[in-house]
Write a protein that binds this ligand. Structure first.
Ligand code: TRP
Length: 336
């Protein structure tokens, strides 16, 4: 069966290893299947919903995110990479969908609820932020995506999209396609930060970035949270909650060697520096080539912007066709 796949990222910073294991890697795999058509969106409009006063933060990161995409192997000859704000049809669809969603329903979205609390918005929450799940439904349905690879925290957005699809199709006519979330395998969705605190995030300053130079990567691994009670090499150490082993479980390929190291660490006699050096080698093997590709692409930002322009033009055509169907189903295609 052929799939239409859409996903995206808010351009509020460079992408990190949490993004990589949670979603980016999966995209490259999906891209390799010729039956799949991928749309990857840089969600600048969504990023602006809580950065309206700071638009440079968003616009400056569009290129950075595009470079991350190209570096990990997303290929614009196969995958349409585009900028959300360049597709006006998405904003238009959002306006029609908003009429199908109650304020109470928007208020119940658990992810938005949590974000409003974390950001201390209270009643000051920007309306655009409050309703961004509806705009996300427009992103997904404009391309008639049936699969949406996202992290666990995006599940409520997919549920909301499904409801909008049903409501639209029942109210007007069967136009929209119901999408399904593609979630990361259990235990792999949430890469903790190097400090062991929660998930990797820019605001917590605990991330390793795809673009980090080799020395920065090594320094970050060397500063990873391990077992604070493992002071002398001979001391028995704890593997659970030890970020080096957490990362080895995610990135290591020689599972047998890692299990042996864990046993050795638990017994005592295996030092932190040794396991950290081992992890650095593994990460360097995976991200060294990615970093090199990124540096190559970064030499020609104009070419990257041209790629995004072409992708946005292609994406606009698809979104325009869906919008035309939507308006016709609603009976507001006056001049057709
Ligand atoms: N909300 C997503 C995030 O914060 C980004 C996003 C915007 C998205 N529109 C989307 C993801 C549509 C999937 C589909 O990461």
């Amino acid at each position: 069966m052929s799939n239409t796949i859409l996903t995206g990222d808010r351009p509020t910073g460079k992408l990190h290893l949490g993004h990589y294991v949670g979603s980016l890697k999966k995209r490259v795999e999906m891209q390799a299947d010729p039956d799949n058509k991928l749309y990857i969106m840089i969600a600048d409009m969504q990023a602006l919903t809580d950065n309206a006063k700071n638009p440079e933060k968003v616009s400056a990161n569009v290129l950075e995110v595009a470079l991350d995409y190209l570096a990990i192997g997303l290929d614009p000859s196969k995958t349409t990479i585009f900028i959300q704000s360049m597709i006006p049809q998405l904003a238009e669809l959002t306006m029609y969908y908003l009429n199908l969603v109650s304020v109470g329903r928007v208020r119940r979205n658990p992810t938005v609820k949590t974000e409003i609390e974390q950001k201390n918005f209270g009643e000051g929450v920007p309306t655009g932020f409050f309703i961004y799940p509806v705009s996300q439904a427009a992103d997904i349905t404009a391309f008639k995506a049936n699969l949406v690879p996202v992290g666990e925290d995006q599940k409520p957005m997919l549920e909301q999209t499904q409801e909008i699809v049903h409501s639209f199709n029942n109210t007007y006519r069967e136009v929209l396609v119901e999408p399904k979330a593609v979630l990361p395998p259990k235990g792999q969705g949430r890469l903790p930060g190097i400090d062991g605190n929660g998930k990797m995030s820019k605001s917590l300053g605990n991330g390793i970035y795809i673009s980090d130079p080799a020395d920065v990567l090594a320094k970050k691994v060397m500063s990873m949270y391990t077992d604070p009670k493992h002071i002398h090499v001979e001391d028995p150490g704890q593997v659970e909650g030890n970020m080096v082993f957490t990362y080895l479980d995610v990135f290591g390929t020689d599972k047998e060697a890692i299990e042996e190291m864990k046993a050795h660490y638990r017994r005592g006699g295996l030092g932190d520096v040794k396991i950290k050096r081992y992890l650095i080698d593994i990460l360097e093997a995976e991200f060294g080539p990615i970093r090199a590709r990124r540096e190559e692409f970064a030499k020609d930002p104009a070419a990257v912007m041209a790629m995004l322009k072409k992708g946005s033009e292609d994406a606009e055509q698809v979104a325009a066709a869906t919008l035309a169907e939507v308006k016709s189903a609603m009976g507001i295609n006056y001049f057709a």
